[in-house]
Design a protein around this ligand. Structure first.
Ligand code: GLA
Length: 398
């Protein structure tokens, strides 16, 4: 990325000391479609991120220049959304709205250049990164005295925990239209270099799980299939899970979410569930168990077991949850055929987007070659392949 402070001065002129905030995208290693079922996920933050270079302004006005869209947008804090607001402006507007409602941040306007290298619509959580970066920009503008450093100190200066901040950003996403869980916003704020995070989405307690980079690389492959139509399908999956909870609660009143349904309870009553609901529930219940077992396997250095769990996760997402597609299945199939690959699965919501593959370091090149030899020919699409590192979470950089 170009020096963002220079870009700020080129766009807005010399307006004073430029602050830079950053929030990363993520890849989820395992635990898919479990977060909104109060379950477990194990994502890691990526080095790709959304950044704002900003300078506070006295008017309650947020003026943004988007490098991606080559477009300027503006909104007034505390005022209703302008009818002609471009879609990209809705994210920071909704974040400002929920922050104001939480009555924590004494809001102040700012001008900023926004840039990012999280590929949009590829399932690496560009929108959560954008929401979290927007929140940090708003909080930094309101308290410019907070020095550079991890997001936690900034949140704390506003009387917020980073978990609460993640939940506020999640609410902002709900207002834009997807009833997402908390995984993406949470990992963007809590990522840790060299580690995945095992998160309990019910109480937001989490543990950092070290990734053995010398033995295993995390390879992210973008199918090039844009995640079209995914909003409706995602929200529909949520409703089906809720229906499962409603039906299974009849047998055990303690069931608040699919997280509370044991394999035994499910086994005893699954036959009475409508066919689709049964398969959706089966995915979530088995996926929660896989996420927990994966953390154990990683800690024990058992990459073979972890790989098997990743493979089982994909198969369950494909057959029971029905969020894969021919391109993601092909990427996974090719990867699994490469010597030295531990496991491969779709990552994120599905319906296009990316896969994640765990491979021995020496298998990364053969994997790349295998994908490039078959995937473009069979799909007409150009995949993007990243050998990824787990990065730190959101921060004020400057
Ligand atoms: C999207 C949502 C997350 C999560 C995943 C699926 O990324 O934003 O909350 O539900 O899909 O695991």
């Amino acid at each position: 990325m170009a020096d963002l402070a220079d870009r700020f001065r080129a766009v807005f002129g010399d307006a004073g000391a430029v602050r830079i905030v950053r929030a990363p995208g993520r890849v989820n290693l395992i635990g898919e479609h479990t977060d909104y079922n109060d379950g477990f996920v194990m994502p890691m933050a990526l080095e790709t991120a959304v950044r704002f270079a900003l300078v506070p302004q006295d008017e309650p006005l947020v003026t943004l220049w988007s490098e991606q869209f080559g477009e300027r947008g503006e909104f007034r804090l505390g005022e209703p959304e302008p009818a002609d607001a471009p879609h990209w402006l809705r994210y920071p507007m909704k974040v400002a709205e929920v922050l104001a409602e939480s009555r924590r941040a004494g809001m102040r306007g700012f001008r900023a250049v926004v840039d990012g290298d999280v590929p949009v619509g590829s399932g690496l959580s560009s929108s959560a990164a954008y929401e979290v970066a927007s929140a940090l920009a708003l909080l930094t503008a309101a308290k410019p005295e907070v020095p550079a450093g991890p997001a936690a100190a900034l949140a704390e200066a506003h009387g917020l925990s980073t978990g609460r901040l993640a939940a506020l950003c999640q609410q902002a996403e709900h207002r834009v239209g997807i009833r997402c869980g908390i995984m993406d916003q949470f990992i963007s704020l809590h990522g840790l270099a060299g580690h995945a995070i095992l998160l309990d989405c019910r109480d937001l307690s989490f543990q950092a799980v070290p990734l053995p980079a010398d033995r295993a690389r995390v390879v992210v492959i973008n199918s090039g299939v844009a995640r079209r139509l995914s909003v409706g399908a995602y929200n529909e999956r949520r409703r089906q899970c809720e229906e499962g909870v409603r039906l299974l609660r009849k047998f055990d009143k303690r069931v608040q979410a699919l997280r509370d349904v044991s394999a035994d309870l499910f086994g005893a009553h699954e036959a009475g569930l409508p066919e689709v609901v049964r398969r959706r529930c089966r995915h979530v219940i088995t996926e929660n168990a896989r996420a927990l077992e994966s953390a154990e396997a990683l800690r024990a250095g058992d990459l073979e077991r972890f790989g098997r769990l990743m493979n089982a996760s994909h198969d369950s997402l494909r057959d029971d949850y029905e969020v894969s597609g021919p391109e993601l299945d092909l990427l996974v199939e090719i990867a699994r055929g490469v010597e030295g690959v531990w496991g491969s699965r779709l990552t994120g919501a599905g319906f296009g987007g990316c896969t994640v593959t765990l491979a021995r370091p020496e298998a990364v090149e053969p994997l790349r070659r295998a994908i490039l030899a078959r995937y473009p020919k069979e799909t007409g699409l150009e995949p993007q392949i990243w050998d990824s590192e787990a990065a730190d979470g959101a921060a004020i950089e400057v």
